[in-house]
Every structure is written in C-alpha cells, then in structure tokens.
Design a protein around this ligand. Structure first.
Ligand SMILES: [Zn+2]
Length: 363
C-alpha cells in the first residue's frame, strides 16, 4: 500500500530538513490531490454546504508551545487542517472549520464527514509515504526514466505527468502505482523509438514482424487464455494510447485518452470487471497496432465504443460511492478507493480513528 504513517515528531524533523523546492512540491502535490478528490465535496443530506478549500499549516508539527497558530477554527481552536465551507446558493457565506466542529457550526454530522476524513487521511498518508521513503534514501529514478519522460513518454496522461514532474523536480520517489504506470509507458515509448529507425531503413523487413516475439506472444494469448494479467492490460492500453496520440487524424481523442488512461491506471479493477470478449478485442487491437504501426479508423471506433461502454460499467460497479458531486472522481492520484477499502477492512474502532485524526489535524 502506498501510504505510511509518520509521528508528528518525525514529520516535523523531515519537513524541516527539506529544501524550499521540496517543501513546495509537497504542498503542490497535496493541493493537487485535494482538488482532485476532496474539494467540491458536498455532504449527504446537507446539499447547501460545499467544501471549497482546504488550508494546511505545514509547520503545524514544528510549532512551539504557546506559539500562535496560523489557522484556527471558528471556535478558536488552532488547526493544522482548516476546511472552508460555502453555503449555497449564496457563495459569500462561508465558515472556516476544524473537522471536529462540522456538527456545531454547519450542522453536518460526524457520520457524514467520515468520507472527508478518510480522504484527507489518505492524502496525508501518501505524503508521509513520499517523505519516509525519501528519508530512507529512495529517489526519483532519473537515470532509467528521465530521458523517456523528456521525450514525451507520459505526455498523454496529464494528471500523472503533473505529479511526476513535481516529484522529479524535488527528487522524491514515486509511489508504487505511479511507478508501475510510468515504467510501462516508458517501456512502450522505448519500443516505439527503437523500432522506428529499423522500419525506415528497410521496408522489405516486413516478414520479420511476424517473428516479433511480442506479436507471437499475443497470438498465443488470444488462442489459449481467457484471463489476462494486470500488466497485460497496462501494456495493451499504453500501446493503444500511444497509437491514438501518434495519429492526428483520429477524432474525439481527449475523452477516449482520458478514459483509457484511467482504465490503465486502475488496471487492477479492469481485470476483475472486463469480459473475455472485450479483453480479446483489446489484445487484437494491440496486435493490429504492432503489425501495422497504427490504429485504423475502424479500430479506433471500436475502441471508443468499448471505452464508453466500459466507463459506464465502471461507474455502475464502483464500490461504495456516495451520491455527491465527487462521484465523478477519476482514479488517478493517491488511490483513494483502494485506501478506503483497506481502511474499512482494518479500522474497526471508529472512536479510535476519530481521536487519531483529531490529533493529527489539530481539532
Ligand atoms: Zn472548532
């Protein structure tokens, strides 16, 4: 799992040892995740409130006793996390609250705010993960990935690219999920960039394509298997994404690219929900791309139809979604869904969790 938990003391020590650029990277990464997964949240049964901003005191853990807090709750309590709520439809009515005061000042029960807490907790956990691995000596894999990233290997996935750029600038390590996707994209990029000069040199080499071990492998897979591994989907989708990107003729690209990258980033789920014919269709498309070095318009349409249909399936089968605006959340960033599932499994004692959270956030 891509989270860790640091004590206040550890967090403070690491934070103070970081360079300004690194601190800024952490702040930007945090805000990026908050914007994606938390901001805009509404609360079940309290539709007139909307969460519009989360302010964070990053020096919270380092403050001295008696030192005035930067952020406070409406009740006066000092805060690490300050939540800004706006009352609809009048956007000018706002309250600044600590998590503990949602019920008192906005009338929003603790039951309803659990999801907010879990989301913020997961984001904090993700940052702790980055910091703890950094302090253990793990860095951004510049040597193996830098060149391909500069060459545009991850350009098709804007969220991922934004995150990776920040981590890279600060020389922070990537989390496992991002690492997996980036490596898979880089592999595909390298393959494409290594094979291009060869095809230019000799067109006559066409028959050699059938001896391409990957093509042979996919043919075998199509004949013998009905289920495929997560990596197969990640690779397949990556190849298809790149084929779309490489062809300016293909229409409506943005939506399909976004969908495909979501499926790829969330291939663990894809494996569970995709039907065998659909899986074979994807592999067949990849096979075509490998053989012809492009995606035909007809194949593109087929892929688009599938992506549309599958996005609906995904939405319908997504676990435990509250009826909020937030249900449009995409799956990139810290994988909140997986984290949440894990939490529901492990966190039996709600009272302890609440206490721990209050300690972490201040109030
Ligand atoms: Zn308060």
């Amino acid at each position: 799992m891509d989270t860790a938990s640091l004590s206040a003391k550890q967090r403070s020590n690491i934070w103070n040892s970081l360079s300004r650029i690194q601190q800024q990277a952490i702040m930007q990464l945090t805000q990026f995740s908050l914007r994606k997964n938390v901001i805009g949240q509404s609360f079940n049964g309290h539709d007139h409130w909307r969460l519009t901003k989360v302010n964070i005191d990053y020096n919270w853990e380092s403050r001295r006793t008696g030192q005035r807090a930067v952020l406070t709750c409406l009740c006066g309590h000092p805060l690490k996390y300050q939540f800004e709520l706006h009352r609809l439809p009048k956007q000018d009515q706002q309250v600044l609250l600590g998590y503990a005061c949602f019920a008192d000042y906005a009338g929003i029960d603790r039951d309803v705010t659990r999801r907010l807490r879990d989301d913020v907790d997961a984001i904090q956990g993700e940052m702790d993960y980055t910091l703890s691995w950094y302090i253990k000596g793990r860095r951004f894999p510049e040597k193996s990935l830098g060149l391909a990233i500069d060459g545009g290997a991850i350009d098709g996935m804007s969220d991922l690219k934004q995150r990776v750029t920040l981590l890279r600038q600060a020389d922070f390590p990537m989390n496992q999920a991002d690492n997996q996707v980036v490596r898979s994209l880089v592999r595909a990029w390298k393959k494409q960039h290594q094979s291009q000069p060869a095809t230019k040199r000799t067109r006559a080499k066409q028959p050699a394509l059938s001896r391409n071990p990957e093509i042979a492998r996919i043919r075998r897979q199509l004949k013998t298997s009905t289920r495929y591994a997560v990596a197969t989907y990640t690779d397949t989708l990556t190849t298809l994404i790149q084929a779309i990107q490489a062809d300016p003729e293909l229409q409506n690209r943005r939506t399909i690219l976004r969908r495909l990258s979501q499926f790829s980033e969330n291939a663990n789920r894809l494996v569970k929900t995709i039907s065998t014919p659909d899986a074979k269709m994807l592999l067949t498309l990849k096979l075509h791309v490998l053989q012809t070095k492009q995606l035909s318009v007809e194949d593109f349409r087929k892929l688009d139809t599938w992506a549309r249909k599958f996005a609906q399936v995904e939405r319908a089968t997504a676990p435990r979604r509250q009826k909020t605006r937030q249900s449009q959340t995409t799956y990139s960033g810290p994988n909140l869904k997986i984290l949440r599932q894990g939490k529901h499994r492990f966190a039996k004692d709600e009272a302890i969790r609440y206490q721990r959270y209050i300690e972490m956030t201040g109030h």
